[in-house]
Design a protein around this ligand. Structure first.
Ligand code: ZN
Length: 220
């Protein structure tokens, strides 16, 4: 029975795609062609960002839209591994709408860098897409102050391994405006190791403070 239902779902998804009626990336229900999310999943996403109690080292305050467990992680995985440009655009818009009014105390946005090879393989960078849309909504500059030297992907590594992997992998690119308050933007915060390393480079380069915004967060 389960198999029949699953085959029926697959068939429905195929027919809907064929009719240019896309299904929701989260629940499979019919979705708006412009966003790839159905109206009930869109309604379940908060309209504001939340601060975590314990920000990672070097981070003044850490904000997120959704917990990583559940919808937040699911959306990021769909966007990252499904390479869906419409979904990425919609997620960027949703994050910008939620964050723009709460984080007006920063001077510029800085995307967490991905490795060149990963960008090339995927054809996009989520932190860059999120930063660009949010910067536009806030009327602030988006600065690519950081670059990623080649390192192993962080996904699947334990906390200690992540710290060793990322240490030395983040480099400064260009000159950071002295005394500026920066908002580091990433898709996910799991242990906070990447964000701490990025913030350390920015602070050593002259930033006065670094805050963090992620679409999804496993930090508490
Ligand atoms: Zn849905």
């Amino acid at each position: 029975m389960k198999r029949t239902v699953s085959m029926f779902r697959q068939d429905s998804a195929f027919v809907m795609d064929a009719l240019l009626l896309p299904s929701c990336a989260l629940c499979g229900e019919p979705a708006s062609p412009a966003s790839r999310l159905c109206s009930s999943c869109q309604d379940a996403i908060p309209r504001q960002v939340w601060a975590v109690d314990n920000a990672p080292a070097n981070i003044r305050s850490s904000w997120f839209l959704l917990p990583y467990k559940g919808m937040g992680g699911q959306l990021v995985r769909c966007a990252k591994y499904g390479a869906q440009p419409l979904l990425i655009r919609e997620m960027s818009r949703i994050l910008a709408r939620a964050a723009a009014s709460s984080l007006g105390f920063v001077d510029a946005l800085v995307p967490v860098p991905s490795t060149y090879m990963r960008n090339l393989r995927r054809g996009f960078s989520l932190p860059w897409a999120f930063s660009r849309t949010l910067a536009r909504a806030m009327g602030l500059p988006c600065r690519r102050y950081l670059a990623h030297a080649h390192s192993l992907p962080q996904a699947g590594l334990a906390r200690k391994e992540r710290i060793l992997n990322i240490a030395g992998a983040i480099k400064r690119r260009g000159s950071v405006e002295s005394g500026s308050v920066l908002l580091l933007v990433d898709d996910v915060a799991t242990t906070g190791a990447t964000a701490s390393t990025c913030a350390s480079v920015l602070l050593d380069s002259g930033a006065a403070a670094v805050h963090l915004l992620t679409f999804a967060s496993a930090l508490s």
